[in-house]
Design a protein around this ligand. Structure first.
Ligand code: SD4
Length: 331
């Protein structure tokens, strides 16, 4: 096809012809149906937080060859989990204040199945363990030693997640032990990813080593279904990066999906999500949060507190790194 058909559709869409509802028989006037009537869906498509070109390219490769959104998510974010230079995800992640790397991850599919691991040590691919929790257990969350034990039972190997670079930085930090939540880009490289496959199934995943030098046992938003990630196949999905405590307080990703259900575009929903957080943090400028979202039509959006947040988007239209608008503008 598919390129020609796609190009044809794009030009029709530019001409405004695509405004004709493709689901003409709306059963009722619910807002979800309103989303469905906007235009024909762009699929497959994948988006992820930050400029993770290799991760989104991997996910695209899976989607383009007919793979499921769930496989695309798992294989896509694993690229970052395996990248030792990414110091906020997987191997190479910065440790907690005791020097242990503890990883958080979750995954969610089109049927609201989900799995999650929290503060898990010594396992290189928490996203895959989260998927096993989803597929092989009656549970959603496994934490700490229990998650690690489960991973071994599933055949995962024990590895050392602390690289020499992260260890040296931690030793340096220990000299002052000043816990901070810096807003700069370098300290917020959590990957959250959302994908729609050729069948229109939506899935999402999120994986991180969390805030650097956190208290032992601290868990952020990233593995919490509804906070760091949420998917509803009727509507779309959302995911977050940044200071997890603030995302949890508003159940950020769930909020954004619900706002889309009510008729907001992904862009509008992300903006509202950040504004809700800022309404509870008036005049506070010392933290960063970025949201991205996709609706079931394949429309995407993102918004953040401070300038600098981008997200990757990969579809038949191309592979783009999109700079998002921010609540505070550059001073
Ligand atoms: C957390 N949200 O643990 C994560 C941190 C993060 O990029 O996003 N880092 O709070």
């Amino acid at each position: 096809m598919k390129r020609r058909k796609f190009l044809k559709k794009s030009s029709l869409s530019t001409a405004g012809i695509m405004a004709t509802p493709i689901i003409a028989s709306c059963k009722d006037n619910t807002k979800t149906d309103k989303i469905a009537t906007m235009q024909e869906a762009i699929k497959p498509i994948v988006i992820c937080t930050w400029n993770f070109a290799n991760a989104s390219a991997k996910a695209w490769q899976v989607l383009d060859s007919g793979g499921s959104a769930l496989d695309a998510i798992e294989q896509g974010v694993m690229v970052e989990e395996n990248d030792v230079d990414n110091q906020t995800v997987g191997t190479g992640g910065r440790p907690d204040r005791d020097g242990n790397v503890t990883l958080d991850a979750c995954i969610m599919d089109k049927d609201a199945n989900c799995g999650s691991v929290l503060a898990m040590q010594n396992i290189a691919n928490p996203i895959s363990v989260a998927r096993k929790v989803m597929e092989k257990t009656p549970h959603i969350f496994l934490a700490g030693k229990g998650a690690e034990q489960f991973a071994y039972e599933q055949g995962f190997k024990k590895v050392n997640l602390l690289t020499e670079k992260s260890k040296q930085e931690w030793l340096e930090w220990k000299k002052k032990s000043q816990y901070e939540t810096p807003i700069n880009i370098e300290n917020h490289d959590t990957i959250g990813m959302l994908a729609i496959d050729k069948n229109g199934a939506i899935a999402g995943g999120c994986t991180t080593s969390g805030m650097a030098y956190k208290l032992a046992g601290r868990v952020g938003d990233s593995p919490i279904i509804g906070a760091g990630l949420f998917v509803d196949n009727e509507v779309g999905g959302a995911t977050a990066t940044g200071v997890g405590e603030e995302v949890v307080r508003t159940v950020g990703s769930f909020l954004i999906v619900e706002l889309m259900r009510q008729g907001k575009s992904p862009q509008e929903a992300c903006e509202e999500g950040v504004k809700r957080i800022m309404a509870k943090n008036k005049d506070r400028k010392d933290f960063q949060i970025g949201f991205i979202a996709i609706n079931k039509n394949g429309e995407t959006g993102g918004y953040c507190i401070h300038p600098g947040f981008t997200y990757r988007e990969y579809s038949q239209k191309g592979h783009e790194n999109k700079l998002v608008e921010s609540f505070y503008k550059k001073s």
